[in-house]
Every structure is written in structure tokens, then in C-alpha cells.
Design a protein around this ligand. Structure first.
Ligand SMILES: [Zn+2]
Length: 299
């Protein structure tokens, strides 16, 4: 087992201010300096980046990039989402690098790219998800907490606030707000570099994504660091701009529908061309698919 410690250096001099949060990593007796965001470890499918003193991003690069968060403390590790099951061994190796046992898993929702690795961490771990996901955790029921309203608990002295939502991305989304760390994890309710993915087939709706995100913005201080299920880290201000983009694009599509346009006509006329950048991040969430999602949300 690798001997390592991560030392947080907060008493830095003025001349070193540009480094801001300076970290010293000691591995096998050798010392190296890392900055927030820097990659500390990687294997074939997972990278470990340090974001803050006790906060780590485990970036899964299998199929498409997914964000898994780990909070490390005296109670062990709290993990937000567990990625694809196909690469759970790589996730486990990345978690092992952090040197503590996983004690809590929070699943933002039940899609396979967010809960596939749960089982690799074994039994006896407290698992938290939306109550509507309960059937997915039957074999581990003793440890499952299904929430239908705001649920707060303390982990390593840090307040963790889980808030359920339904009908935006999926039918069982929850977000994780950590006020002490000025952090929120939004799962796939917010794809920070892409149009949304609305699970219209199970009754989710584009407009509910907007309503959910407006509710979330309302509770977040302006200096909150926002991590989404996929895509770059953003801020409260960027989330507000994203909501504006959603409202504008929904209005454009609804306006065209009211004038009798079909889905195909809207695609052919490229009515969301001005917003094209939001359709480039995933190859399966394009301008055309966002038009379809809005159209079928209103049916
Ligand atoms: Zn996802």
C-alpha cells in the first residue's frame, strides 16, 4: 500500500500569493508541489484531481467524461456518484489512492453512468439516493436512505445537504449542497457545457429542468463552486446564464411550434443555430435533439 500524505499549506507568504492554495504532496518520502485542479493520479479510465483541502474530483474518461466527487475526512470518504460499472475497478483503484475507506455514497440519480460502480465498494456503506430509486438498492436496503425531502447529515464535521428533485433530467435526481465548502454537486440536472438531456420517455420535461435550476440558483450563494455530472466546473453566475439560454431556446422552439412548424422543419431551418456551441459537447445531445426534447416535453 502506497504510503502517502497530503498536507494543506494555508500559511503562505505574500510573494507566494499567486499560488493561492499551495499543496505539498509527500509520496514515498519524496516531496512534490501541486496546485488545485492538478491531477495527482490516473489509470486507464479515471483521473484524480485535487480541488481543495479535502475535496477531490475523480474524472472518469470512459465513453465520455463524467465527474465523481470525493470528500475526505476523519470519517473516511464520501463519494458522489460512482460512474460506469464497466470501469468500476479503475474507479476503485482511484479511490484507493485517496487512502481511506468509502463510508457514504450519494447517487445523483440512477442512470448507469452515475451508479454503475456502487457494488464495487461492497456492503455496509451508507447509500443515499432519491426514494424513487429504492428498487435499485433492494439487496442493500439496510444501508439505503431514500429521500423525498431535504435530508441533512454531518460527515467529518461538514454539513451535507441532499435535496431531491424529479421530472427534470430523470425522475429521481438529487443535488448535494455542502455550504461549508461553498460547493454543490448537481448531477445531470445541469450539464455545464451542453444542452440538457431530458428523459422525456419517463415523463421528464424541459420546462421542469428550468424550474429545478431556478430553485437551485435561489438557494446558492453567489460564490458557490458548481460541479455537474459532466462538463467543466462553473459558478452560480454561469448557471444563471445557462438558465437564460434554456429559456431563450425553449421560447424559440415553442414560438415555431405555435406557427405550425414540425420538428423536421425546425431542424432543417436550424432555428437554434445561434446556440450551436451547446450541442457540441456530447455527440448524442445536439441542437436537433434539444429541439425534439422541447417539442415532446410539451406534448
Ligand atoms: Zn450522466
Amino acid at each position: 500500500m502506497m504510503q502517502k500524505s497530503i498536507i494543506w499549506v494555508s500559511n503562505y507568504s505574500n510573494t507566494m500569493k499567486y499560488l493561492h492554495f499551495l499543496l505539498v504532496i509527500v509520496i514515498y518520502g519524496s516531496t512534490s508541489i501541486s496546485l488545485p485542479g492538478q491531477m495527482l493520479y490516473n489509470n486507464d479510465n479515471v483521473e484524480v484531481h485535487i480541488l481543495d483541502e479535502n475535496l477531490f474530483l475523480l474524472k472518469e474518461t470512459f465513453r465520455f467524461t463524467a465527474n465523481i466527487l470525493a470528500i475526505s475526512g476523519e470519517d473516511g470518504l464520501l463519494i458522489m456518484d460512482t460512474g460506469f460499472g464497466e470501469v468500476s475497478d479503475d474507479l476503485k483503484d482511484a479511490v484507493n489512492f485517496l487512502g481511506k475507506d468509502v463510508k457514504v455514497i450519494i447517487n445523483s440519480h440512477l442512470h448507469g453512468d452515475h451508479k454503475g460502480g456502487n457494488k464495487s465498494f461492497g456492503e455496509g456503506i451508507k447509500k443515499i439516493a432519491h426514494a424513487k430509486c429504492k428498487e435499485d438498492f433492494q439487496t442493500e436496503e439496510n444501508y439505503f436512505i431514500g429521500i423525498i425531502e431535504k435530508y441533512c447529515f454531518t460527515f467529518s464535521g461538514i454539513e451535507i445537504v441532499c435535496i431531491p428533485f424529479a421530472g427534470g433530467h430523470s425522475q429521481c435526481d438529487i443535488i448535494v449542497h455542502v455550504p461549508d465548502m461553498k460547493l454543490v454537486y448537481l448531477g445531470d440536472l445541469y450539464l455545464s457545457e451542453s444542452f440538457p438531456l431530458v428523459d422525456v420517455g419517463v415523463g421528464s420535461k424541459a420546462q421542469i429542468v428550468v424550474e429545478n435550476l431556478k430553485e437551485i440558483v435561489h438557494i446558492l450563494p453567489d460564490d458557490t463552486r458548481i460541479i455537474s455530472g459532466h462538463g467543466k466546473e462553473t459558478s452560480t453566475g454561469e448557471l444563471k446564464s445557462y438558465i437564460n439560454m434554456l429559456e431563450e431556446t425553449i421560447e424559440i422552439v415553442r414560438s415555431a411550434i405555435s406557427k405550425g412548424a414540425s420538428v423536421q422543419e425546425m431542424k432543417d431551418s436550424d432555428i437554434l443555430k445561434e446556440y450551436g456551441q451547446w450541442g457540441d459537447f456530447f455527440d448524442f445531445i445536439t441542437e436537433s435533439s434539444w429541439i425534439e426534447q422541447i417539442y415532446y416535453s410539451d406534448e
